[in-house]
Design a protein around this ligand. Structure first.
Ligand code: AMP
Length: 414
């Protein structure tokens, strides 16, 4: 099995998977004997003491518990999470063997998951300039776990790591070379655990790891695509930051960089304004003027809303362009995989993304593509040379497996 990358199988461990954002904590608790999810939850408005935060804990098979109170910081929110887990899910916090932390940016230093030590944490903190919104928040969450769970192994799993196999022709920008050597300006890619999981599942469904040329499309609020040859990432659409590549909910993706200098000159905009423009005001939201949610836009487009239709069309056009580009890079195409909130749920988007790609052997079965079907499935026509698959992603499971693997190695190694 290659499902989702390195299934250790039947390990006696309880793993807490944590994704800590600047004002949120998202978590899942796993029993790795059966990879069963014991509880999931989300704390929001963390670190904003003047506001009432909200923590929702969902134990599997039990009643949802909502807690509303201010959370002064990640540590306090984490204390509340553990209090709720002790109400029926765990008998003691000491049952948690290891914590798997989603870390957004590993830079060039971290090309695989790593067991965290205070020194490595410092190194991670040093990468904050590469992901100023995300890495400091990840480090805050990690510190809180070190304090609260001092005997558990703390493992970092990086969003960038799966893409570390990209060759220089894919990751170099055509900028003066010293910007790469001095400042590490290059393409890194994100959503790595998702691309890793769905490409590994696709390989299972294809029945072979090699030769295989797979394009994975993670289409959610953030969107990225990856070219995966023989199980290894060879190119991806996001760059040094998640702003490059596809059209997203509120990000513009690929753009002529001189548009930005034009706006700086003519509008007097500085870096903060430009950042807001490309990350928060563009994409589906900016084009449609209505919503960043694909559900709203496909509904509006069906009612004849011109700009909603334009937003959906530009979004799908960009995906189609990347499928073609990646097929060219890999010398062919064996499978296209759709995942993420849009990729898993929107038959309209999938159909538009595949439209006109029959010359590449991509032939969609309209009946199989319908939305009433859910879960992992092949939606291509029987004779289609390239398979078209819908594979629900599971980033938390990849993190849990990586964490179990490294924690087990640490136990063996003493
Ligand atoms: P994610 O970031 O993967 O959770 O995806 C969230 C996005 O998926 C939302 O912003 C919506 O645009 C999109 N989405 C979720 N459900 C549907 C649906 N049934 N049809 C179209 N888009 C959807």
């Amino acid at each position: 099995m290659t499902d989702g990358g390195g299934r250790p199988g039947g390990v006696e461990m309880i793993i807490f998977v944590l994704n800590s954002g600047s004002s949120s904590l998202k978590y899942q608790l796993f029993d790795m004997r059966s990879e069963k999810v014991l509880a999931t939850g989300l704390a929001e408005r963390v670190g904003q003491p003047s506001q009432v935060g909200r923590l929702v804990n969902r134990p599997t098979g039990g009643a949802e518990h909502v807690l509303e109170q201010p959370f002064s910081g990640h540590r306090e929110a984490l204390d509340c999470v553990f209090d709720l887990l002790l109400e029926g899910t765990l008998e003691s916090i000491d049952q948690i063997d290891a914590v798997g932390h989603r870390v957004v940016h590993g830079g060039e230093s971290f090309t695989r998951s790593v067991r965290l030590t205070p020194e490595i944490l410092e190194e991670l903190h040093g990468l904050s300039h590469l992901a100023p919104l995300h890495n400091p928040a990840n480090v805050t969450g990690i510190r809180a776990c070190f304090e609260r769970l001092p005997s558990a192994a703390q493992i970092a799993v990086f969003d960038t790591a799966f893409h570390s196999t990209m060759p220089p022709v894919s990751y170099m920008y055509a900028l003066p070379y010293h910007l790469y050597t001095d400042l590490k300006v290059r393409r890194y890619g994100f959503h790595g655990t998702s691309h890793q999981y769905v490409s590994a599942r696709a390989i299972d469904l294809l029945g072979r790891a090699a030769p295989s040329r797979i394009v994975t499309c993670h289409l959610g609020n953030g969107c990225s695509m990856t070219a995966v040859r023989d199980g290894v990432a060879v190119d991806t659409s996001m760059g040094m930051t998640p702003a490059e590549g596809l059209v997203m909910g509120t990000r513009c993706g690929d753009i002529d960089p001189a548009v930005l200098t034009f706006l700086m000159e003519t509008q007097g905009w500085g870096p903060e304004r430009i950042d807001e423009l490309i990350n928060k005001e563009s994409g589906l939201q900016g084009l449609s003027g209505e919503s960043n949610d694909m559900r709203d836009l496909t509904d509006l487009a069906a009612q004849g809303h011109e700009r909603a239709k334009l937003a959906v069309d530009v979004f799908c056009h960009r995906v189609r362009k990347y499928i073609g580009a990646y097929a060219a890079e890999m010398g062919g195409l064996d499978a296209v995989v759709f995942t993420g909130g849009i990729g898993e749920n929107s038959s309209v988007v999938r159909a538009k993304c595949c439209d006109g790609l029959e010359f590449l052997g991509v032939e969609l079965d309209d009946e199989l593509n319908q939305d009433r079907v859910r879960g992992e499935r092949d939606i291509s026509r029987p004779g289609s040379r390239a398979r078209i698959m819908v594979i629900p992603t599971n980033e938390e499971l990849v993190i849990a497996r990586e964490t179990a693997r490294l924690a087990a190695e640490a136990l063996v190694g003493g």
